[in-house]
Write a protein that binds this ligand. Structure first.
Ligand code: HEC
Length: 107
C-alpha cells in the first residue's frame, strides 16, 4: 500500500475545499484568526503594526503569499521569517494571508 498517494489525495482535497470556503465557515474563520494571532507578537494584533514594522493589515493576500513563499524558499533574505514560515503548511499560510488581507489598516 502506498501511503504517499493517500497524502497527496488528502492535500488535494484540502486545497480544493479551502479557497472557496476560506472565510465563509465559522470554523475556518476561527482557525484563520487563531493562526494569524501567532504573528501578533511581532506584527501587532490583527496585523496593525506599531513602531517600524510595516502593517500586514489590508495587504492583498497574493502579496502576502508572495512574501511568505519568498521567505520560506529563501528567495527573500530574512532574519527570522524564513524560519517562521517553515512552521506552517501552505493552507495555513493562505488562511493567515486571507485573514490579514481582510483587516482594515488603522493609521
Ligand atoms: C518573532 C517575530 C515575528 C513573528 C512571530 C512573525 N514575524 Fe513576520 N516579520 C518579522 C521580521 C523581523 C520581519 C522582517 C524580515 C526578517 O528579518 O525576517 C518580518 C516580515 C514579515 C513580512 C514582510 C512584511 C513587509 O511588508 O515586508 C510578512 C508578510 C510577515 N512578516 C508575515 C508574518 C506572518 C504571517 C507571521 C505569522 C505566521 C509572522 N510574520 C510572524 C518578525 C516576525
Amino acid at each position: 500500500m502506498n501511503l504517499s498517494h493517500y497524502a497527496i489525495g488528502l492535500a488535494l482535497a484540502t486545497t480544493l475545499t479551502a479557497p472557496a470556503g476560506a472565510q465563509s465557515t465559522p470554523g475556518t474563520a476561527h482557525l484563520a484568526r487563531n493562526l494569524a494571532a501567532t504573528c501578533a507578537n511581532c506584527h501587532g494584533t490583527d496585523g496593525q503594526a506599531r513602531g517600524d514594522m510595516r502593517p500586514l493589515a489590508g495587504v492583498p493576500a497574493e502579496a502576502l503569499m508572495a512574501m511568505l513563499n519568498g521567505y520560506r524558499s529563501g528567495a527573500i533574505p530574512a532574519t527570522i521569517m524564513h524560519q517562521i514560515t517553515k512552521g506552517y503548511s501552505d493552507d495555513q499560510l493562505k488562511l493567515i494571508a486571507g485573514y490579514f488581507a481582510a483587516q482594515t489598516p488603522r493609521p
